[in-house]
Design a protein around this ligand. Structure first.
Ligand code: TMP
Length: 202
């Protein structure tokens, strides 16, 4: 099974994916935690270029870099792990590309994604959703982590709207999780879906 986590900045994505990873390990599941951009040596190098604040990248160049990193990640981490029967948890995947590189490029993204991964889509995607008022105040407390992160209210609002409209394209795959409360409240919603879709089918 392949599970991805998505959401704008400050929604608590990394905390939740790590919590699910630990929870599944405790239950004896053979699970791999990975991320995009990144997830293998070459793809992490590409991530460094993408998130380097001194490099300005045009959106199409970003798209090619994301897809190069995805190809490497797919070959070296995702595909072998899935073939070994492992459950793969990935922090960001195709939906980040739709949202960050732009829904205007939907068909191009699908085509390039098909080339990079043979068309691999997640079985479950958790979209962590919270009001920008909340995500911005969390980020202000924590500080910005990379140059693609932003404290701009409008940008948070735009990312949120794009994610929510994307969820309407993939209603069976994308589960919208209310991430505005305490971390344990968010996690309870995630655990419920995994319980239903993973454990009940084993
Ligand atoms: P993260 O640490 O929150 O995962 O940050 C990774 C950044 O990479 C985030 O700003 C979104 C960006 N990104 C894209 O622009 N396109 C993509 O396809 C992916 C996976 C990430």
């Amino acid at each position: 099974m392949f599970i991805t986590f998505e959401g704008g900045e400050g929604v608590g994505k990394s905390t939740q994916i790590r919590a699910l990873f630990e929870n599944l390990k405790e239950k004896g599941v053979d699970v791999v935690l990975t991320r995009e951009p990144g997830g293998c040596l070459t793809a992490e190098e590409i991530r460094n270029v993408m998130l380097n604040s001194s490099v300005h990248l045009d959106v199409i160049s970003q798209l090619f870099l994301v897809m190069a990193s995805r190809r490497e990640h797919y070959i070296h981490t995702i595909k072998p792990s899935l073939e070994q029967g492992k459950l793969v948890l990935c922090d960001r995947f195709i939906d980040s590309t739709f949202v960050y590189q732009g829904l205007d490029y939907f068909d191009d993204i699908l085509y390039l994604h098909g080339l990079a991964t043979g068309g691999l889509m997640p079985d479950i995607t958790f979209l962590l959703d919270a009001d920008p008022e909340i995500t911005l105040s969390r980020m202000t407390q924590r500080g910005i982590e990379n140059h693609m992160d932003s404290l701009d209210f409008q940008r948070h609002e735009t990312l949120r709207t794009s994610y929510l409209s994307l969820a309407t394209f993939f209603p069976n795959r994308i589960h919208i999780i209310d991430a505005s409360g305490f971390p344990h409240e968010t996690f309870a919603q995630i655990e419920k879906v995994v319980e239903k879709q993973f454990f009940s089918t084993r």
